[in-house]
Design a protein around this ligand. Structure first.
Ligand SMILES: [Zn+2]
Length: 485
């Protein structure tokens, strides 16, 4: 896939922490001895929820600390792209001078608002976002970020993350003894109403006539255990704002879910990688999307031979694209080491990382990538399709064995209890850790080995071997060999 406007210069970011004060008296009416009015639809304080973050803490998480969201993007992109704190042009006595704004809107939390008269789920979320964005208008001169003069402030001109007072539903454990209604069962009495982290379109006209059209929206709290929202979910949602796609099984009904479907799991920010260390040490994007954004150098291996890979922290991260006889399908090699933000990429302290091998199918991606279904296990046309961006782990796929119990090849799904630390290829004393052999791996839906589709004239015996010649390190060589039989 090709992205026309690649994010290759840093963008300002506004983090908005929003409190909900439906009776508009400007103070928190939560009373631990009388919480019922917060949940009573007839009460003037129904859906009231106040943020309790401190401005400097929020600032440090996003911009200030060593493991900030800003540094995450800098590290992942080699300083090609990051989010920096937007200047607050007109601060009041409580505002920081950049990056973070606290606003209060005189409506109930959106998950309460949806129960009142004129709103439903969708329109309540849209109304709350619009009110919150509008409340930022006096503080920032949005018009100056419309650099191309088309009246629209895009996320690459000025990105916005809204932290809604209350929990984020994607990571907080609900209190089902209070309620089973989704997003109305937050884990503490003062914060029962929750939102789901999303990247949301909006349409708010600001001073100077410019429109804000998209924001990332999530809860202020991650969970009772972790406390305030960490950087993983914002990094994921902001990547969406730039054009990244989810790499987990979207739109698969729970009854039809296949828990062993071979999504990339921890190895991308757009799958479970954003939750590593409770979201404080998220994984980078998968190499396919790092190339998509223009954040990685790509070497194309049209010929067999030895090629050199570089790790992210070496400052020379590159991906190797290994072509196949099917022009739509290729393999990607990259180094992933347990360093920097990826120190906890897997849970095995003996693992150092190594080379990951991915199988890309652009035919699948052309149809499904922009619909966020390129790796999904759903059945969009009544049946599942192969993955457009599939990790091929060294071990961890289900194993097909012969009658004597000898390993023959891998099946289409993950094995039960597969371990992320067994995904990498690298040179070691054990020769089995070094070589990827395509003929052992099949498409998740097609069950076709080596390639998902063999074009006319291409031998079904085509296979690709990638031998890693070095131990895990910032520079690793791989030897590419294609075979017809
Ligand atoms: Zn997502």
């Amino acid at each position: 896939m090709i992205l026309e406007n690649k994010p290759l210069k840093p963008a300002p970011l506004l983090v908005v922490v929003a409190s909900f004060d439906p009776n508009g008296n400007g103070k928190n009416d939560y009373d631990e001895n009388n919480v019922a009015p917060l949940y009573d639809k007839e009460s003037p304080i129904y859906g009231e929820q106040w943020a309790i973050s401190k401005p400097q803490e929020v600032y440090d998480r996003f911009f200030g600390g060593e493991k900030s969201l800003m540094n995450f993007y800098k590290e992942m992109t080699h300083d090609k792209f990051w989010f920096y704190p937007v200047p607050i042009d007109h601060p009041d006595e409580n505002s920081l001078d950049s990056g973070v704004l606290f606003v209060t809107v005189n409506i109930p939390h959106p998950s309460a608002l949806r129960n009142t008269g004129d709103y439903n789920n969708e329109t309540a979320a849209a109304k709350a976002i619009a009110e919150i964005v509008k409340a930022c208008d006096p503080y920032i001169d949005f018009a100056k970020y419309d650099t191309d003069g088309d009246g629209v402030v895009r996320p690459t001109d000025l990105a916005i993350v809204i932290l809604n007072a209350g929990y984020d539903r994607s990571s907080a454990e609900a209190d089902n003894s209070f309620s089973t209604i989704i997003c109305e069962n937050g884990p503490t009495p003062s914060h029962r109403f929750m939102v789901h982290g999303t990247s949301q379109p909006t349409d708010v006209t600001m001073r100077g006539g410019v429109k804000v059209v998209r924001v990332s929206n999530m809860g202020e709290y991650r969970s009772v255990k972790v406390g305030l929202m960490t950087i993983g979910t914002p990094a994921h949602e902001l990547a969406h704002n730039l054009g990244a796609q989810d790499m987990y099984s979207r739109w698969t009904p729970p009854a039809d879910a296949e828990p062993r479907w071979p999504t990339p799991r921890r190895f991308t920010l757009m799958c479970s990688g954003n939750h590593i260390c409770d979201g404080s040490m998220p994984a980078y994007l998968d190499p396919y999307q790092r190339v998509y954004f223009g954040w990685a150098d790509e070497t194309v291996a049209e010929e067999d031979g030895v090629y050199t890979l570089h790790s992210t922290l070496s400052g020379k991260y590159n991906v190797l694209k290994v072509t196949t006889p099917n022009p739509d399908e290729y393999f990607i090699c990259e180094i992933r080491l347990k360093e920097g933000f990826e120190t906890f990429l897997d849970n095995d302290e003996n693992s150092k990382g190594g080379v990951l091998v991915w199988h890309v199918d652009e035919k699948i991606n052309e149809e499904w990538f922009l619909k966020a279904q390129c790796v999904s296990s759903n059945r969009p046309n009544g049946q599942r399709h192969d993955l457009g961006n599939a990790l091929k782990p060294r071990l961890g796929m289900e194993e097909i064995r012969d009658d004597d119990g000898n390993f023959v090849k891998f099946g289409p799904l993950y094995a039960e209890g597969s371990r992320a630390s067994e995904s990498y290829f690298f040179k070691s004393d054990d020769e089995n850790t070094a070589t990827f052999k395509s003929e052992l791996y099949c498409g998740a839906a097609s069950g076709s080995y080596s390639l998902n589709v063999f074009p006319e004239g291409v031998s079904k015996d085509f296979k690709l071997h990638i031998e890693v010649l070095d131990e895990p390190g910032e520079e690793m060589r791989v030897k590419v060999t294609r075979k017809d039989k």
